[in-house]
Ligand binder design. Structure first.
Ligand SMILES: *Cc1c(COP(=O)(O)O)cnc(C)c1O
Length: 467
């Protein structure tokens, strides 16, 4: 999976020979888009939005979602493969993302009635929905049928329920979700279960066959390995061919999501992982693993690698199979950031060296990596920029009464000490960081999303997200 494991500082040499240990990390600047740099350089924009909202907020830039969709589409075109993109909606709830998918002709992958409703409300059509997730409710299955959505069936009992809801006049469009070989996933069906599923659906001329239309197979792997996905897809081509002999259309394979995102440069990441030391963290905190923040072939490039592996693209073409992808995080790459205001600052010491412990006006619920027992590592940016400061190692705590509610345990070398009223902008947070875990803890309001728009040659405009 490319996860990085934490090491503790050793400190075994005699004290006299020891250089003072470095108590803070090297900078870990996020790779930035041109729009992000312009927003950070704008003398007013961020301060004005922060003033209007009066609390932490997320900034969304849906234009970038459109570009990410184009990137995946271009990868399919270059490989000569008929492809379809479903945005994995759980990665960010913003209405502007679903709206952009509708405008760009991308579908949406949903798992609940709430997600289905909000995708439809933004103009995504029923036939452009993919319904995934385990043991879907009868209500969700019924609505999916009514709207002509594609349903990735996860288990035999779900298929049984679907068979009682679907009718020849209102048939269900189905993919069967496969449990990959040697996988311990709780999702998907084993080979024996897939055989049983085929007999529930029946073959041409049977009743089940008329109410359930088997359009293909799907899987979703954890981790970010292109080869594993290509090989699993290759096996599903055989499954499609077999299903066709029973009279099923079986023309779609969905390879799920898990397309990586490249947050920081290779050198930055190598330096962090080679030297990782728990002394860099407030209270000596350490984490078992981190997201692979440097990802050499992210998003569409990873799709290209998958399609190239052992001629997968050709096999799909030769067998008239449409390949579906369900990227969540990768469609949100560079599509948003999260803005907090500094409320206070203390000085603390570690091994005799001073550092700053800043408190911001929000919580780590808006930066979900903490709740996966890990840390979101790309450095927050201190705003406004001021020239000539002294570097200031800084940890970032939340405005809550929980000891563990820290946005950054890692001492981030900010270019100067943060002052009350400054903004701290966590970059590239649209994918999973923003809103997966937000709640009204402490009766604090949930941070709103401000959506940035820009007409050519004009200044930035923003509005609150409709979600
Ligand atoms: C979560 C999920 C996705 C999206 O995964 P990403 O890692 O965000 O690309 C796609 N498909 C299924 C079935 C999922 O559960």
């Amino acid at each position: 999976m490319g996860l990085v494991h934490g090491a503790a500082g050793s400190g075994t040499e005699p004290a006299a020979n020891r250089e003072p240990p470095r108590m803070h990390a090297a900078p870990m600047p996020a790779l930035t888009d041109e729009w992000e740099r312009r927003v950070l350089d704008d003398p007013n924009l961020l301060g004005d939005i922060a003033f209007a909202i009066g609390g932490p907020f997320h900034l969304m830039y849906p234009e970038r979602v459109a570009r990410n969709i184009d990137g995946f589409r271009a990868a399919f075109e270059r490989a000569g493969v008929d492809g379809v993109i479903y945005y994995g909606k759980k990665a960010n709830k913003a209405a502007c993302v679903a709206r952009t998918c509708a405008q760009q002709g991308a579908g949406v992958d949903i798992s609940s009635v709430g997600e289905l409703t909000s995708a439809l409300a933004q103009g995504v059509r029923g036939g452009e929905l993919m319904v995934t997730g385990p043991a879907k409710s009868d209500d969700l299955l019924w609505l999916a049928i009514r709207h002509g959505a594609l349903i990735a069936v996860d288990s035999l009992d779900e298929l049984d329920r679907l068979a009682t809801i679907a009718t020849p006049a209102a048939h269900a469009r189905v993919l069967l979700r496969v449990l990959p070989d040697a996988s311990t996933s709780r999702f998907g069906m084993t080979a024996a279960e897939l055989d049983a599923a085929l007999s529930i659906i029946g073959s041409s001329g049977t009743v089940g066959h008329e109410s359930i239309r088997l359009e293909g197979f799907s899987f979703h792997l954890s981790g970010y390995d292109a080869v594993a996905r290509a090989e699993q897809a290759d096996q599903l081509v055989d499954r499609c061919r077999d299903a066709r002999t029973l009279g099923h259309p079986a023309t779609t394979i969905s390879i799920g999501g898990g397309f990586g995102v490249d947050y920081v440069s290779a050198t930055t990441w190598a330096e962090f992982t080679d030297q990782l030391d728990s002394r860099w963290f407030h209270a000596g905190k350490s984490f078992d693993s981190y997201y692979p923040y440097h990802f050499p072939a992210p998003g569409p490039a990873m799709l290209t690698d998958i399609l190239r592996h052992r001629g997968l693209a050709e096999r799909l073409r030769d067998n008239d199979i449409r390949l579906a992808v369900e990227p969540g995080r990768a469609l949100l790459d560079h599509a948003g950031c999260t803005v907090f205001r500094v409320r206070g600052s203390k000085t603390r010491h570690a091994d005799g060296q001073p550092y700053h412990l800043v408190t911001v006006d929000g919580s780590s619920l808006s930066l979900s990596e903490q709740w996966f027992d890990s840390e979101y590592l790309p450095d927050p940016v201190l705003w406004p920029p001021r020239p000539g400061g002294t570097p200031a190692p800084t940890c970032v705590g939340a405005a809550t009464c929980l000891e563990s509610d820290m946005l950054s345990w890692r001492r981030i070398p900010l270019p100067r000490p943060a002052a009350v009223g400054d903004l701290l902008i966590y970059p590239n947070t649209a994918g999973y960081q923003m809103d997966s875990n937000e709640s009204a803890f402490h009766d604090l309001p949930i941070p709103p999303k401000a959506v940035l728009h820009e007409a050519p040659g004009e200044r930035w405009r923003w509005m609150l997200d409709a979600g």
